[in-house]
Design a protein around this ligand. Structure first.
Ligand code: HEM
Length: 448
């Protein structure tokens, strides 16, 4: 309740010099979950820096939807090294203008074209599987994710080389991003280690390939109907401005970083759960059989796959790929009862919000039916933010839903994936939430 009183945020117990840095680094998911009990706005200290954790959904929404007062700040600075000035690492007018130019590439009609690529890549994956074989299911869906984003960016003949480079480079780049995201000082990335050298070389190789493709596209002056063609042609309706080649490269690398493992990890978690829960698997098979039957999966099937939608929603809730978002205040501001000066850094712990037992009863249980329209309630929506909100809300949201639904339906038409006994699957919290491993055996549905 607003009281008119300005309070100090609670600061829970900490170590004298390191503050909460050790607990945060040791198990960030447990740390942000436990801190929920300390209040709506909780102040922690990481090294010499004060950081605020915001737990009240209304306040989280206030932060996300006021992109002038709350900017990405340090988070953007960290990612700029990797992603340049792409949408994920920019703020203000520059972001707004580029967002307007990029958004049409994600228009519904465009997604319809991308859906064919999504089906083809998922079909190519299952065509490689053999009865009784063992796969790394997380790697399999990651390959699909990489090839789908790669091919929707560069669809034509020049693109083959680029897509191959994407498949080779992006996983290494993402690993580097993950390590950097958890480096509290920002210094580790500057050390001349073999890992850092490999990261820098790989990133440069990827940039070179993307630059070459952009130059070839410009020279050919043809619309290939893919994202890069769209970005080359995008023109601001008000100012007539277009993206420069460097800005297009930044946006391309940003899509590859933001759009590949996010969707792939979401799918991995669903496959993991289905392997453990025969009841859910049977319902998925029944739905896919009745909606799709023996023909190939199409975009028109997606809205009819209601149970698939529930599975994806629940995986996004339990394993949010953007498990924490960061913002910094540009001016003094009052957040609930707490007064924050300009330059305050804050974390929005999406993972903890989406596992709040007061909103999602029995929060650690994977229960797709909590997304049954009859059971959803008013409190769930503001606490469910897997794609963020406001001006920076994920531009690839519809893309991700479509890719996840099509890939899942293609798998479920003919295949069952079973866990390999004795292999435990835990959450690996880097920049995104991946399974630590996901070995599974592949079985044709009619053989088991
Ligand atoms: C399950 C899959 C995905 C999840 C959970 C996800 C999540 C998010 C979240 C939470 C944000 C907001 C970040 C912030 O507020 O700071 C975001 C932004 C973004 N995402 Fe996604 N994303 C997914 C898939 C994709 C895909 C497939 C693409 C592109 C192909 C993509 C491209 C982007 C971009 C470019 C931004 C920056 C948007 C802006 O600031 O204007 N994402 N995503």
């Amino acid at each position: 309740m607003r009281t008119g009183v300005v309070r100090k945020a609670r600061m829970p117990r900490r170590l004298p010099l390191l503050g909460h840095a050790v607990s945060f680094a040791r198990d960030p998911l447990a740390f942000i979950s436990t801190m929920r009990h300390a209040g709506d706005v909780v102040k922690i200290r990481v090294g010499t820096q004060d950081l605020y954790l915001i737990y009240k959904p209304a306040l989280v929404r206030q932060v996300l939807t006021d992109a002038t007062t709350f900017v990405r700040g340090i988070q953007a600075e960290r990612t700029k090294v990797l992603l340049g000035n792409g949408l994920v690492s920019s703020d203000g007018d520059f972001h707004l203008r580029n967002r307007r130019l990029v958004q049409p590439a994600f228009h519904r009609q465009r997604i319809a074209g991308y859906a064919d690529v999504m089906r083809e890549e998922a079909e190519a994956m299952v065509a490689r599987w053999r009865e009784g074989g063992q796969i790394a299911a997380d790697d399999e869906v990651m390959q699909v994710g990489l090839r789908v984003v790669g091919k929707t960016l560069f669809s034509n003949a020049f693109g083959v080389e680029a897509v191959d480079e994407v498949v080779r480079s992006v996983p290494l780049v993402l690993d580097g991003v993950g390590r950097r995201a958890l480096d509290p000082t920002g210094l580790l990335q500057k050390l001349p280690t073999a890992g850092n050298r490999e990261f820098n070389t790989t990133l440069q190789r990827l940039r070179d390939v993307v630059d070459r493709i952009i130059a070839e596209y410009r020279a050919s002056n043809t619309d290939h109907g893919d994202m890069v063609s769209m970005l080359l042609r995008a023109t601001d309706a008000e100012t007539g401005e277009q993206l420069t080649d460097l800005q297009i490269r930044d946006e391309v690398i940003t899509m590859l970083a933001a759009g590949t493992d996010t969707t792939a990890n979401t799918l991995s978690w669903i496959l993991h759960v289905l392997g453990e829960r025969a009841d859910l698997e049977a319902r998925l098979h029944a739905e896919v059989d009745s909606v799709v039957g023996d023909r190939p999966v199409t975009l028109a099937d997606v809205p009819k796959l209601e149970f698939v939608r529930r599975l994806i929603s629940e995986a996004l809730r339990l394993y949010p790929q953007a498990w924490v978002l960061a913002r910094t205040t540009t001016v003094p501001v009052r957040l609930g009862d707490t007064a924050l000066p300009a330059g305050t850094s804050m974390l929005l712990p999406i993972y903890a919000l989406q596992r709040d037992p007061a909103v999602f009863p029995d929060p650690t249980t994977f229960d797709p039916d909590r997304w049954d329209p009859e059971r959803t309630n008013q409190a769930m929506k503001p606490s469910f933010l897997p794609f963020g909100a406001g001006r920076h809300q994920c531009v690839g949201e519809a893309f991700a839903w479509t890719e996840a639904a099509i890939t899942l339906a293609v798998i479920a038409r003919h295949w069952r994936l079973c866990p390999v006994p004795g292999k435990s699957v835990e959450i690996n919290s880097l920049a995104t939430l991946r399974p630590t491993q996901l070995p599974m055996t592949t079985h044709l549905r009619n053989t088991v």
